[in-house]
Design a protein around this ligand. Structure first.
Ligand code: SAM
Length: 412
């Protein structure tokens, strides 16, 4: 395996630039944004640092090659041409994960099976014995991505995707992925030096990710990585990770800013409490039952208010009309928080006009399959009267001058 590895880190679409920025900070080189991810070069040490420290990447892949693969036979031949004996031994367990896009094959299971057969046959040919498949906890995870007839094969350095930090012990109906929450915090310029509030915190993801940033805690500190079990790199990776983990633990610091969450659903709040506790941030994050449309005045010293309100009619308040009226009230409530930067991730196209403020910054991105917009505002502390007609509330557009943190958002 080369000294410097050519790697590909995946991320939610629309956040590639944020990941590229983070990878640069982590020491990656020759960084190139691609759709849904970022290509980069890194030594093993740097690659492990990315696994341990990237807050935004979902996976870190080691691409083995790209192939034209026509039909089931072509798929088998392409996979069998890879020198698997350089990455596996007969004692290594492995699993194959397949994803398809516009492919002649309609079942990922079929593609994964073909890939597995080709790997096993090649190993039997070259080594006289075959490795076993372990779908749950494999030593080596092979990722096969087939777009039309173009097959990419990679090994996943992390194993479980990086959003599995290990703290989500109690989910709620629409939680953000931990990695997406971290991307939103970066987009909003959160560095852990200012107060953070999520008035609709659900399971607490934004607050926990903010808490990890403020604590300077490595997001992957509580988990291990597949590369530690790779036959040819595992021993070296374990050694390097031991040092990286020890450094990370040494450099944690106390959280010096308030982090507050509200939700009006007691069950969501209970889930948030459990997750916060599992993340070992129970002392740093304060949670209270509360209605975001009637938010109490937050400290005038200001900070970041970041939230993702419901996109659809979970409120039972009359379909899209009810949602618009909810967003309108939310606009009043959040704008009243003088000195706060207000950032909202919305997946409902009606949000922006109903919220009746002109955003200072905007970013389109994907929350799983949902097209969303991240909107950044600066509250000036003057609530609109709720009688103001939707769409013509011109004085509501009179937001405070943009702070340096907000500038440059378009370039990110
Ligand atoms: C899309 S979820 C937020 C998910 C959260 N970011 C997470 O990662 O788990 C929206 C949340 O808003 C809460 N909510 C809805 N209306 C609210 C209101 N008026 N005040 C406070 N919370 C509200 C819901 O209970 C739900 O937990």
């Amino acid at each position: 395996m080369a000294e410097r590895l050519a790697l590909f880190a995946t991320t939610a679409r629309g956040t590639e630039d944020l990941l590229a920025e983070e990878l640069k900070e982590l020491g990656a080189r020759r960084i190139r944004q691609d759709r849904g991810g970022v290509r980069f070069m890194a030594s093993l040490d740097e690659a492990l640092k990315v696994c341990l420290w990237s807050r935004i990447a979902m996976r870190v892949l080691y691409p083995l090659g790209e192939f034209e693969a026509h039909g089931a036979e072509g798929l088998y031949e392409a996979v069998a041409s890879v020198p698997w004996e350089e990455h596996l031994t007969p004692d290594t367990t492995f699993a194959v994960e397949a994803t398809l896009k516009d492919s002649e094959h309609s079942h990922t299971g079929f593609v994964a099976l073909k890939v597995k057969d080709a790997v096993v046959d090649r190993m039997r040919d070259k080594q006289g014995a075959r490795p076993d498949v372990d779908p749950r906890n494999p030593d080596v995870r092979v990722v096969a991505h087939l777009v039309r007839e173009r097959l990419s094969l990679s090994l996943d350095l992390c194993g479980e995707p990086l959003h599995r930090r290990g703290y989500r012990v109690r989910p709620t109906p629409a939680p953000l992925k931990e990695t997406l929450a971290a991307a939103l915090l970066r987009a909003a310029g959160y560095t852990g030096e200012e107060a953070l509030v999520d008035p609709m915190c659900g399971s607490g993801t934004l607050l926990i990710e903010g808490g990890l940033i403020a604590r300077r805690r490595a997001p992957g500190i509580a988990r291990d990585f597949a590369v530690e079990k790779w036959p040819h790199l595992g021993a070296r990776a374990r050694e390097l990770l031991e040092d990286l983990r020890a450094d990370a633990r040494r450099n944690e610091r106390k959280v010096a800013v308030p982090i507050l969450g509200f939700d009006k659903d007691p069950e969501a709040l209970e889930a948030a409490r459990r997750n916060v506790k599992a993340a070992k941030l129970a002392e740093e994050i304060l949670l209270e039952e509360g209605d975001a449309t009637k938010l109490p005045p937050l400290p005038a010293s200001g900070g970041l208010l970041l939230t993702n309100p419901p996109y659809g009619d979970r409120l039972g308040s009359g379909g899209q009309k009810g949602m618009k009226s909810f967003y309108f009230k939310l606009g009043d409530s959040l704008r009243a928080q003088a000195g706060w930067r207000v950032w909202v991730l919305s997946g409902n196209p009606a949000f922006e006009s109903a919220f009746h403020s002109r955003p200072r910054s905007r970013r389109d991105l994907w929350n799983g399959p949902i097209a969303c917009t991240l909107l950044g505002y600066s509250a000036r502390g003057g609530a609109l009267t709720s009688e103001a007609p939707l769409g013509v509330a011109e004085d509501a557009l009179d937001v405070a001058p943009v702070r340096p943190d907000d500038e440059g958002e378009e370039q990110r």
